[in-house]
Design a protein around this ligand. Sequence first.
Ligand code: SHN
Ligand code: NAI
Length: 191
Amino acid sequence: MNHLYPIFLKVHELNVLLIGGGNVGTEKLSFLLKSSPEAQVTVVAKEFNADFMELATGKDSVTLIEDAYHEKYLGGKHIVIAATDDKKVNLQIRNEAKERFILVNVADTPELCDFYLGGIVTKGNLKIAISTNGKSPTTAKRLRQLLEEVLPEEIDDLLENLHSYRETLKGDFEYKVKAMNELTEGLVGKK
Ligand SMILES: C[C@@]1(CC(=O)O)c2cc3[nH]c(cc4nc(cc5[nH]c(cc(n2)[C@H]1CCC(=O)O)[C@@](C)(CC(=O)O)[C@@H]5CCC(=O)O)C(CC(=O)O)=C4CCC(=O)O)c(CCC(=O)O)c3CC(=O)O
Ligand SMILES: NC(=O)C1=CN([C@@H]2O[C@H](COP(=O)(O)OP(=O)(O)OC[C@H]3O[C@@H](n4cnc5c(N)ncnc54)[C@H](O)[C@@H]3O)[C@@H](O)[C@H]2O)C=CC1
């Protein structure tokens, strides 16, 4: 059974806390910033590795704190990603986040996650998020690569044009629904 419900977060308007600045921390920050370059991220780690520093240096929206995790760092955060190599610390982060009703992801332990990070395809205004329900992250990656390849950049022109047309519609809600559906009927191959 797949119970996951995907949403699209405005992470440039939310405060994200990432704990861990190693390989996994680098991967998580890298995909977060690839999709959301202005994401507001505070990173706490005892040490940051060279790749992490290269990625984070010069990014105004990323704040680095060289310290061991402490619950005080949860203050004012909406979302937490635990990516340390210490399972006990990851569990502590998860429990202290849950006490505060903060959504938490523990990179190496799906059972402890409130949400998973997904493979993400961006073509201008179009964004597609891919999950395999935690079963095969590599498949999520491969599907992301495939869709990046096959979806044309021009798909964004289509969205912009449809948006302009939508702005010109003056009728009530029902009229707009009908007009937009008629115009886009050909996209799904219906006659
Ligand atoms: C549950 C989840 C929780 C979470 O991290 O959010 C999770 C968990 C785990 N990942 C593990 C390993 C790997 N993860 C990747 C890659 C990605 N992992 C991502 C998401 C997720 N990974 C969530 C589920 C997503 C879903 O529902 O499908 C992606 C999509 C997004 C992102 O990371 O931002 C990103 C691809 C991004 C892209 O390229 O587009 C690769 C492949 C590679 O790097 O080439 C490997 C190595 C191969 C392998 O092991 O499969 C391990 C074992 C750790 C160990 O053995 O120690 C666990 C733990 C476990 O499964 O128990
Ligand atoms: N979800 C995923 O995609 C994957 C998850 N993993 C798992 O993720 C974990 C981390 O792996 P790596 O990043 O390779 O380890 P790493 O050794 O490269 O990095 C660990 C980081 O955690 C920090 N850290 C450790 N204790 C801390 C504390 N108390 N407070 C603050 N920071 C602390 C270290 O300073 C370092 O920055 C491992 O347990 C591994 O099994 C591994 C591969 C993929």
